[in-house]
Design a protein around this ligand. Structure first.
Ligand code: TRP
Length: 344
């Protein structure tokens, strides 16, 4: 056996991703995550988690946490994730996440976590007042992924650093415990047309659940009038749309709206400009709003119907949790043995 060359991971390919139940889902989540989740289930084993344990790193109202957890599950299904193929479940229902996170807390280094930009962004100057959970959040994320030996993780650009940390943890675990190739070095899947949907109020900021302004985002449950009104009021500049993509370079708000149109229509930015170049926002915005309503209305209708039947959602989540446990348990069992826990 080679001591120096890391051995390749030879297990099956598997997709894992998670969404936090910490607020309403929006267009950025839909285009950046849900649409990808649906496409991937056709060709790989997929596990889609509602990461309620991550959500509580910031205070969550308990009743709201439960209903938002069901709402994210409903959004997955309404967007087209098939719960008989993909696994949909809440993180807290599989205790292996917490158990593996503890082991990884002992593998990851404080220096690695000190470099995490998201923690710094979320805490700002008030690091002392943040929960310890928020600090080790990326370690739990690594546990989510590696509990299933997931090889691929569809996520937004902002999660790149957490995926690098996941690889560092996998590599150090495999190395420290002399278990070459035990955990895979997971690849992020970031590319895609909806990878970066920006705020409607500020083309430099990501569309976000936590933005205090509801006008900054299109929520999946917004009705047609609300969508049209938000697009009409979306911030833009006074110039007409350019003829070529290069003309969008210093116009973040225009670039965002064109990018959103392209992502929904399945076109390139240039194809959108071929149609709307030279036209003003007075013409482009209503076309964008109509396109958005056509695409989102069936999703929000399905979502509303599912939310009206929480018992059915819970049945789906319980089934998903059982299937998730069945994959996780042998991996966890082997991990305990590698670490040296007494087997009783
Ligand atoms: N941190 C991710 C986010 O905020 C959510 C998440 C938690 C996740 N665990 C994960 C994403 C595992 C992918 C894989 O978007």
């Amino acid at each position: 056996m080679s001591e120096t060359l890391p051995e390749a991971y030879l297990g099956p390919q598997r997709v894992f991703s998670g969404v936090q139940p910490s607020g309403a889902l929006h267009l950025g989540n839909y285009l950046g995550a849900l649409v990808k989740f649906v496409a991937l289930q056709e060709r790989m084993e997929c596990i889609y988690c509602v990461v309620d344990m991550h959500a509580i790193t910031l205070w969550q109202d308990p009743a709201a946490l439960a209903s938002q957890t069901r709402e994210i599950a409903a959004a997955y299904i309404a967007a087209g994730v098939d719960p008989t193929r993909a696994i949909i479940f809440p993180q807290s229902a599989v205790s292996g996440h917490a158990e593996l996170a503890w082991i990884f807390n002992c593998v990851a280094r404080i220096g690695w976590l000190d470099r995490m930009t998201q923690f710094k962004e979320k805490t700002g100057k008030n690091k002392q007042g943040a929960s310890v959970g928020l600090y080790t959040y990326p370690v739990l994320q690594a546990a989510d992924i590696l509990l299933y030996k997931a090889t691929h993780v569809p996520v937004g650009e902002d999660q790149k650093q957490h995926l690098e940390l996941t690889r560092d943890i996998a590599g150090k675990f495999n190395n420290d415990f002399n278990a070459p190739g035990f955990f895979p070095l997971t690849e992020p899947m970031i590319e895609g047309p909806g990878a970066r949907v920006m705020s409607l109020r500020d083309g430099q900021a990501k569309m976000s659940k936590s933005d205090p302004s509801d006008q900054s985002r299109i929520n999946l449950l917004d009705d047609a009038d609300t969508i049209s009104q938000k697009i009409r009021r979306a911030r833009t500049d006074p110039a007409p749309l350019p003829e070529a993509v290069a003309g969008l370079s210093n116009r973040p708000e225009a670039a965002n709206l064109v990018g959103i149109y392209a992502a929904i229509a399945g076109m390139t930015d240039q194809q959108v400009l071929d149609r709307f170049g030279g036209k003003g926002f007075g013409e482009f915005k209503p076309a964008l709003a109509d396109l958005m309503v056509d695409r989102l209305a069936p999703v929000s209708d399905r979502m509303r119907r599912l939310i009206a039947d929480p018992a059915e959602i819970d049945r789906i989540l319980a089934d998903g949790a059982a299937r998730a446990r069945a994959i996780a348990e042998p991996i966890l069992e082997e991990t305990r043995r590698i670490v040296g826990y007494v087997k009783l």
